[in-house]
Design a protein around this ligand. Sequence first.
Ligand SMILES: Nc1ncnc2c1ncn2[C@@H]1O[C@H](COP(=O)(O)OP(=O)(O)O)[C@@H](O)[C@H]1O
Ligand SMILES: [Mg+2]
Length: 247
Amino acid sequence: MDATGTLHFDHVTKSFDAGPPVIARLDLHLSPGAFMSVVGPSGCGKTTMLRLASGLAEPTGGAVLVDTDKIAYVFQDPALLAWRTALKNVELSGELHHTGKAERRRRATEALALVGMAGFEGYRPSQLSGGMRMRVSLARALMVDPRIFLFDEPLGALDEITRLRMQEELQSLFLSQSFTGLYVTHSISEAVFLSTQVAVMSAGPGRIIREIAVPLPFPRRPEIRFQKEFSRICAEVSQALAEGSRP
Ligand SMILES: Nc1ncnc2c1ncn2[C@@H]1O[C@H](COP(=O)(O)OP(=O)(O)O)[C@@H](O)[C@H]1O
Ligand SMILES: [Mg+2]
């Protein structure tokens, strides 16, 4: 089968040991080229949902269907090795996949350039800002040439200015690379800015209670955040979130 980047959650339930389900009857369908953000109250099962998508966890009931093994996954913590340079951190992904040395270096250099890190190949994580470390983490994830890209609050630890800038860079990556994105965030405006659709999760057991389309054309300029249609969609997400958070 051609890997197109389809990701389906069909009536997924997940519980741990004998505990109650943390996710119940979760349905979510991502078509190739979709960028779906997920917002929901803390502890509703967002990270668990990404772990299920990545294959790191198995559903207790229902099915998670992916048509590719080229899956990238980034977290709020860039999880870089302190003693390795930016280039060597990115190359690590190639080492694990047994790519030859020259090819690995070429692709890692290319991935770093793609995230605006050309010239910083020899820097160690401690010599880089938080935004730059996240870029290295993104570059490392790009090494698998992902068809599905999973993001767990990747910009959550960054200051506001860096965060807005990184949103634009993530959008560029999404437009230049062909992956399906599943993006967990706490920021409603970030979700709307980046996405083709926003899914709202209810408090535990988590499930998708609303899907809201974002019919704003790409590429989106930063100023789009001040437009009426943008605010309207943010308000709709915010309202659904409030409804889903009620006990
Ligand atoms: N490995 C695990 N074992 C037991 N409980 C877990 C495990 N992983 C997550 N949980 C529980 O599942 C719930 C959802 O967690 P999580 O998916 O991290 O939520 P979110 O990312 O939305 O904040 C939480 O109550 C958490 O304690
Ligand atoms: Mg989480």
